[in-house]
Ligand binder design. Structure first.
Ligand code: NAP
Length: 352
């Protein structure tokens, strides 16, 4: 990273101004020149009201100190472009951005799934692409308002593997993020981090199908047992692929399904931190179903099914969840599914 970055405000473009993009952009605007690139209606709402980011807890920040744009050319001159579209839109985002990126622009994927950095790197071969990870939940609470409903530190790939990785492109962004009040950890093992995040995100489909807020859904054993089945299949597929998921919390990844399987009272005692979620927080997959948008199930459960197949294994619980999410996607927007935990578990248990 050129030293000049230490002397002036970073220019950061955020491509995909939805929940994560507006949250990150709204926070980073405190210390960087931020340009949000998003849909015209979303940008008009921010121009009219300013952008409000809240959480975790009662924290609240309002800003008008950023630029909005609907055209990818607004990324020109950016030191960093943070890509925050859903996985299905990543390839198109890279194509849109390609003609406008300067030679030193670093592209960062703050998306779920395993493949987005790879997709970006393939389409933007002249650019450094870094993997990022958002561990918490953000939902839109108004046309220009976004709420962080749980906690945790962002993670960002560093090639040096240490906090002194000043030349690898991650450090200047990490500094700006921390100065703006975001927690951020530089990681040398991002593929392993992404694998663990994938295992955790297997809950997204269960949450979306439950129709319940995350805290209520995760508090019920039958839903957790659905996730545990998916995680066991995921762990087996990752093991077969030679991927060792990183430990990101108190529970080693290999033990996560056993903790999820515990009775409610024991789970509450052991996993108190994972239930520290705002009462209204929901997965972004639930939000997608509400809005009649395609979900990311192919990049989550789909990734496990594909990985299992590549290694001669099966992942029937994950495959069944994909089918149920597909049914929900095909239903009219707003008709959110409301599977009871026991019924969903029976579906997954009988899946072959
Ligand atoms: N939300 C969370 O709590 C959370 C937490 C951790 C990680 N993540 C991950 O972060 C990523 C983003 O999730 P999100 O919840 O922020 O999604 P989101 O709210 O749907 O935001 C993505 C935004 O990008 C827009 N977009 C897509 N293509 C575009 C284009 N070519 N030009 C301009 N705008 C475009 C979308 O508009 P349209 O909807 O009109 O296409 C949408 O507004 C996902 O990979 C997700 O899994 C999310």
């Amino acid at each position: 990273m050129p030293l000049t970055h230490a002397r002036r405000r970073l220019r950061i473009a955020v491509f995909g101004a939805g929940s994560i993009g507006c949250h990150l952009g709204g926070m980073l605007a405190a210390t960087a020149d931020v340009t949000l690139i998003g849909r015209p209606a979303a940008m008009a709402a921010i121009d009219a009201d300013g952008l409000t980011v809240t959480g975790p807890g009662p924290a609240r920040r309002e800003t008008r100190d950023l630029t909005t744009a609907a055209d990818p050319s607004a990324a020109a001159g950016a030191d960093y472009v943070l890509v925050t579209v859903k996985s299905a839109d990543t390839a198109a985002a890279a194509r849109d951005l390609a003609p406008h990126l300067g030679p030193d622009t670093v592209v960062v994927s703050f998306q779920n799934g395993l493949r987005n950095p790879e997709v970006l790197a393939a389409a933007l071969p002249a650019h450094r692409v870094l993997a990022g990870m958002v561990p918490y939940n953000v939902v839109r609470t108004g046309p220009a308002a976004f709420h962080q409903g749980s906690g945790g530190a962002l993670m960002l790939a560093t090639e040096k593997g240490a906090e002194d990785g000043a030349e690898d492109g991650a450090e200047a962004l990490a500094d700006a993020a921390r100065a703006s009040g975001l927690q951020l950890e530089l990681r040398a093992d991002m593929p392993a981090v992404q694998a663990t995040k994938l295992l955790m995100n297997l809950n997204n489909a269960v949450n979306a199908l439950s129709g319940l807020p995350l805290r209520e859904q995760v508090g019920q054993r039958a839903y957790r047992q659905c996730v545990a089945r998916c995680q066991r299949e995921g762990l087996a597929a990752l093991r077969a692929a030679g991927v060792r998921p990183a430990r990101l919390g108190p529970v080693p990844p290999g033990l996560m399904p056993r903790v999820l399987d515990l009775p409610d009272a024991l789970f509450q005692r052991l996993a108190g931190a994972s239930l520290r979620i705002d009462a209204t927080a929901r997965s972004s997959m639930w939000e997608d179903l509400q809005r009649g948008r395609p979900t990311e199930v192919d990049s989550l459960q789909g990734e496990i099914v594909a990985l299992a197949e590549r290694h001669g294994l099966t992942a029937p619980a994950n495959a069944r969840l994909i089918a149920l999410v597909r049914d929900a996607e095909a239903a009219a927007p707003g008709t959110a599914p409301n599977w009871a935990g026991t019924a969903l578990l029976a579906e997954l248990t009988s899946a072959r």
